[in-house]
Design a protein around this ligand. Structure first.
Ligand code: S3P
Length: 432
């Protein structure tokens, strides 16, 4: 059986650096993702006075400066393509009572920042946004007050920004979400002695002065693993073991959907890395493998089946929807995704781009206001895909393009550096 690993989880890597930097002493971070997005968070911390060493997936020792150790940046902080950096650092700056301007690349500059500006303003910060409510965003604060925030969007970034602001300013905060989102910030805070009360989609931070330093182990990224699972579902390597993947329940939606589509995925050796559950994912094709190059009439029937994905599931698979859409293009029948309007404000408008690109390569896809409908087939797919610099669009169509018989060109393969610089090698390994 093919055995692979995926890089460290992106969400946990951002939080590991931020919380380690705020600790009262050095913290060892192992398994960190070394990619452009995490570099953006490291750069932001350097700008805020933290002497961050270079990123290293094996070991980074972050010299914690303590909650009061951050200093005002002398220039705008470049968050590049990273929404998590922009929103979480906004919370940090507000909590520390500093002034900073956050800027980013063209894609990030368009993404909505009001969702994080509003709660920070309600805590007493001044947050200036341009008329389109993206970046540049200037945050200025001196002494925040506590907050109970009912977030209109299910966003782990918004929740985490408020928690970080409360933590750094040592004021109580409570966040109510419309649906529970990934809880990595909460797990890391709890592991470091911070007092949280959690109940479903509600989390409250009660300041207790603590943020312990110490070791953080970053598990493999389930959002990256999903691309390899998708490759197996589309007929690559018969069986695949991906070692050491985060299996936090808030991130397991894509595994659940791929199972419904017909892929067998087992979790083996489930263990804990700090407070995060980790397992090996073992994926196997149980149905007849796909045969590429048939005309869809009389060829081997697709082994996968289309599925329905609704709003309840969306937070647990939001970043995997481009990949699931590409797998759906190879599944029998219709796949319908609704309740996923948030996809329009990711690194690109992922609803529009997924549909436009699926059509460009000859697949049957329809755009909905908050999702899409895809009718799969085993027809060969060919054409050029426009990524708009979006790493997950590039990887999703890379998986579809690697299916024997398909001929898909991704216009900007290098944009995978945002979350997985060696993605193309891993995909090749699945097809060897
Ligand atoms: C993330 C949360 C999600 C996700 C993003 C990473 C995080 O975004 O799409 O890739 O690390 O908190 P939202 O918080 O905007 O839903």
């Amino acid at each position: 059986m093919l055995v692979l690993r995926v890089p460290g989880d992106k969400s946990i890597s951002h939080r590991a650096l931020l919380l380690a930097a705020l600790g009262e002493g050095p913290s060892e971070v192992r398994g960190l993702l070394d990619s452009a997005d995490i570099e953006a968070t490291a750069r932001a911390l350097r700008a805020l006075g933290v002497p961050m060493p270079p990123l290293d997936a094996t070991l980074v020792v972050v010299p914690g400066v303590g909650r009061r150790g951050l200093t005002a940046p002398v220039a705008p902080i470049d968050c590049a393509n990273s929404g998590t950096t922009a929103r979480l650092v906004a919370g940090l700056v507000a909590g520390a009572g500093l002034e900073a301007t956050l800027v980013g690349d063209e894609s990030l500059s368009r993404r909505p920042m009001r969702r994080v500006a509003e709660p920070l303003r309600a805590m007493g910060a001044t947050v200036e946004l341009p008329s389109h409510e993206g970046l540049p965003m200037t945050v200025r604060a001196a002494g925040l007050r506590g907050l109970t925030w009912h977030s209109p969007v299910a966003s782990a970034q918004v929740k985490s920004a408020v928690l970080l602001a409360g933590l750094v300013a040592q004021v109580p905060v409570e966040v109510h979400e419309p649906m529970p989102t990934r809880d990595h910030t909460e797990r890391l805070l709890e592991a470091r002695g911070v007092d949280l009360v959690r109940d479903g989609a509600v989390v409250a931070l009660r300041p207790n002065g603590r943020l312990d330093a110490g070791r953080i182990d970053v598990p493999g990224d389930p959002s990256s693993a999903a691309f390899l699972l998708g490759a197996v579902a589309c007929g690559a390597s018969g069986a695949l073991r991906i070692e050491g993947v985060a299996v936090n329940p808030t991130r397991m939606g894509a595994v659940a959907v791929l199972r419904r589509m017909g892929l067998s995925v087992r979790l083996e050796g489930t263990r804990l890395a700090g407070r995060e559950p980790v397992a090996d994912l073992v994926a196997e094709f149980v149905a007849a493998p796909l045969v590429g190059g048939t005309d869809g009439h009389g060829g081997a029937p697709p082994a996968l089946v289309g599925v329905t994905i609704g709003a309840d599931e969306v937070p647990s698979l939001i970043d995997e929807l481009p990949l699931l859409a590409c797998v759906a293009a190879r599944a029998a029948g219709e796949t319908r995704v609704t309740g996923a309007g948030e996809l329009r404000v990711k690194e690109s408008d992922r609803i529009r781009l997924v549909v436009e690109n699926l059509r460009a390569v000859g697949a049957d896809a329809t755009e909905l206001p908050d999702g899409f409908v895809i009718r799969g087939s085993d027809r060969p797919l060919a054409g050029t895909v426009r990524t708009a610099g979006d790493h997950r669009i590039a990887m999703a169509f890379g998986v579809l393009g690697a299916v024997p018989g398909n001929a898909i060109v991704v216009d900007d393969p290098s944009c995978v550096a945002v979350s997985w610089p060696s993605f193309w090698d891993a995909l090749d390994a699945c097809h060897r």
